[in-house]
Design a protein around this ligand. Structure first.
Ligand code: NCD
Length: 326
């Protein structure tokens, strides 16, 4: 991945030799295991700093352009919070209907523009490959915050950081992904990223029409990771260390009747979870709709709200890294 150290007005103190300085973050395929350990170590430091002092000036004077063409609560606000907790500023563009996008401006021109004003660009867009296209035309590092049904690399990084902080390990785990595995970009990124760890077993549970895409399964298989598809949780729940639940992605269905049929295929609740280990976690990228019942929320294994908080620390780490401060 080429480095975009093209800003002629770099203020004194930017570590242009830092390994992630000026890099785009587009796909989990960019990360080696050593990279992951590094990101997790920085994220852990960020956690300690936030817990101790809340906000500090590591990115003082830097500006983030937060460009969201699709709805978002967590990803968008956690990137904003991450930048502000590091002392930087944010240009939030989530109402694209009020920007020149509504006048027909192309994505390359929009990011060219933002590159003139900001030091880093975060983008979420409904089309696969949009973040890579933005990166090609932006003078500043671009971070993919979800490109349609493609990837969501920062989510997979925060998901793996969550597993590490909660279970204390990332090797030797059985991870069961359940729900909409076809359109859920978070599971596409997470399955790929988990191939970096040792003795991982992956189980996929979904309605037949929402199975994990073949290209993702082929990539995972090429890394020697065992994967199995199951119609129900029955056989695998008792062996599962991480149950990763996803929402059925209504906005990606062409036919609402098909969505209606698929939407309530699985519901995780206290009764079902009696069959699971005591030391395991249930994760969800959120938002949830009906796939995890609210009466499970107080179970110590319900890690999905803690998972959101880990996202802040990981995004702080990533911003600091691409801006040459970590
Ligand atoms: C996910 C997404 O946008 O892909 N949400 C998120 O970023 N936390 C999952 C979803 O929308 O269901």
């Amino acid at each position: 991945m080429p480095t975009k150290a093209k800003n002629p007005h770099l203020p004194f103190g930017d570590q242009q030799t830092a390994p992630w300085y000026g890099k785009d973050i587009l796909s989990v395929k960019q990360f080696s295991r050593a990279d992951l350990e590094y990101i997790f170590a920085v994220a852990h430091e960020m956690r300690i700093m936030v817990e101790r002092i809340g906000t500090f000036d590591l990115l003082k004077g830097k500006i983030l352009a937060n460009l969201f063409f699709e709805p978002s609560t967590r990803t968008s606000s956690s990137f904003m919070a991450a930048m502000k907790r590091l002392g930087g500023a944010v240009i939030p563009i989530s109402e694209v209907k009020y920007s020149s996008v509504a006048k027909g401006e192309s994505l390359p021109d929009t990011v060219r523009t933002l590159g003139c004003y900001a030091d880093v660009i975060v983008i979420r867009h409904p089309e696969v490959g949009s973040a890579a296209l933005a990166a090609k035309h932006a003078r500043k590092p671009v971070i993919n915050a979800g490109d349609g049904v493609g990837e969501h690399p920062t989510q997979a990084l925060l998901d793996t950081f969550t597993i590490r902080e909660e279970l204390g390990q990332l090797d030797e785990l059985t991870v069961t992904m359940l729900g909409d595995l076809k359109y859920g970009r978070t599971v596409h990124s997470l399955a790929r990223l988990l191939t970096q760890f040792k003795n991982i077993k992956l189980n996929y549970i979904s309605p037949d029409i929402l199975r994990m895409p073949k290209d993702v399964m082929d990539e995972v298989a090429a890394k020697g990771i065992p994967q199995a598809e199951h119609p129900t949780l029955g056989k695998v729940l008792a062996k599962t260390d991480v149950l990763y639940v996803t929402r059925v992605q209504r906005e990606r269905f062409e036919d609402p009747a098909v969505y209606e049929k698929a939407k309530s295929a699985y519901v995780i609740g206290p009764e079902v979870m009696k069959g699971a280990k005591e030391k395991m976690i249930v994760m969800h990228p959120l938002p949830r709709v009906t796939e995890i019942s609210m009466d499970f929320d107080d179970d110590p294994r319900a890690a999905y709200f803690r998972q959101m908080e880990y996202g802040l620390y990981v995004r702080m780490a990533l911003l600091a890294m691409v801006l040459g401060k970590a």
